[in-house]
Design a binder for this molecule. Structure first.
Ligand code: UDP
Length: 324
């Protein structure tokens, strides 16, 4: 029987590489397109030489999709910088991969009659005025601030996906991913969990932007992947929140990480980031009902695994040399 074909943009990234693993294990042929701008070949090195895995190191923005002669069964568009530090550094690339890039991936799905999934974000809610955030909330987004390249990029992406669904009947799905963490994040990724762990492992103070009373809800990667693969199987086209509803202030998170690591370091308060959302917590009632899904990994359990992963990275010579 012919293997089913999956295309994943951003497949060498933190989330994308776990999705590649899932479909390889399920017996699919997996195509991964990634420009490695915020991801790493290390994340896919264990599958790189498998005959059922094909890595295309290209930038989706300039990639000639006509070179893809295959028909795909599923198309996942995950490529995008996702850490604030990355999209501050790559603002135009972020806008383009979520606009031009989304359109290219939608065209591939359309010509393949494939199922399509777009990874959107909780950032579409901006600095939310209600909590928890249900999918019906339209958000409170600054359209011109420095975060807008990501927030508005994803909002445009969602509009495009819905348009392809309505106009061309493409079999689309949209997930709004809330803060996710786990193995294969970069130690210098800039997001709060890798930052705190890197700082603890190097005996440096934990940096907190603002007063640390802002909240986030953190989902462990394995839980998220289970939600994504369930989502592609259901016949539902409106956005769905995927995240863990357990909410913590950033100060609480700092304490939990210190406790798990068994290391106490100082806390350094830095000026707040522009438009940093004050609160974020997903309402996942829709995902629970539709997908029969909810996160099962506690923050302590997920952080222990993540800490072990980062410990093994830090013990590698290149990290010691850089002293990061
Ligand atoms: N944050 C922090 N110190 C850090 C990194 C992040 O206090 O070293 C804060 C950041 O200001 C935000 C929260 O942690 O309020 C989550 O930031 P992250 O970059 O992980 O993701 P975001 O949810 O903002 O996209």
């Amino acid at each position: 029987m012919k293997k089913r074909q999956v295309l994943i943009s951003g497949g060498a990234g933190f989330i994308g590489s776990h999705l590649c693993d899932y479909y390889i294990q399920k017996g699919y042929r997996v195509w991964c397109i990634d420009n490695l701008s915020t991801s790493s070949i290390e994340n896919i090195k264990h599958i790189l030489n498998l005959p059922e895995f094909k890595f295309i190191q290209e930038d989706l923005i300039t990639f000639k999709t006509s070179l893809l002669k295959h028909k795909f069964d599923m198309v996942f568009h995950l490529a995008s910088p996702a850490s604030p530090l990355d999209y501050f550094r790559l603002p135009l690339e972020t806008l383009k991969v979520n606009s031009v890039g989304t359109e290219k991936m939608l065209e591939i799905a359309k010509s393949s009659s494939a199922k399509f999934l777009f990874s959107s974000t909780s950032e579409v809610y901006g600095n939310p005025l209600i909590s928890p955030q249900p999918e019906t909330y339209w958000g409170n987004v600054n359209p011109i601030g420095s975060r807008s390249v990501y927030d508005e990029g994803k909002r445009y992406g969602e509009a495009l996906v819905m348009t392809y669904h309505r106009r061309y009947r493409v079999d689309t799905r949209i997930i709004r991913i809330f803060n996710t963490y786990g193995e294969r994040m970069r130690l210098n990724d800039g997001r709060v969990i890798p930052n705190f762990i890197a700082q603890i492992l190097h005996g440096k103070p934990l940096t907190i932007y603002g007063n640390g009373k802002q909240t986030r809800s953190f989902c462990y990667i394995d839980d998220l992947i289970k939600g994504i693969v369930k989502m592609i199987e259901v016949d539902y086209h409106l956005p769905i929140n995927l995240g863990n509803p357990d909410e913590f202030t950033i100060l609480q998170l700092a304490e939990i990480i210190q406790k798990i690591a068994g290391i106490k370091t100082q806390i350094e308060f830095l000026p707040p980031l522009e438009d940093d959302p004050k609160q974020r917590r997903p309402d996942i009632s829709k995902a629970k009902k539709l997908l029969h899904w909810e996160p099962v990994v506690s923050i302590e359990e997920g952080l222990k695994k993540t800490l072990n992963y980062f410990r093994s990275l830090v013990s590698q010579p290149q990290w010691n040399k850089k002293g990061k």
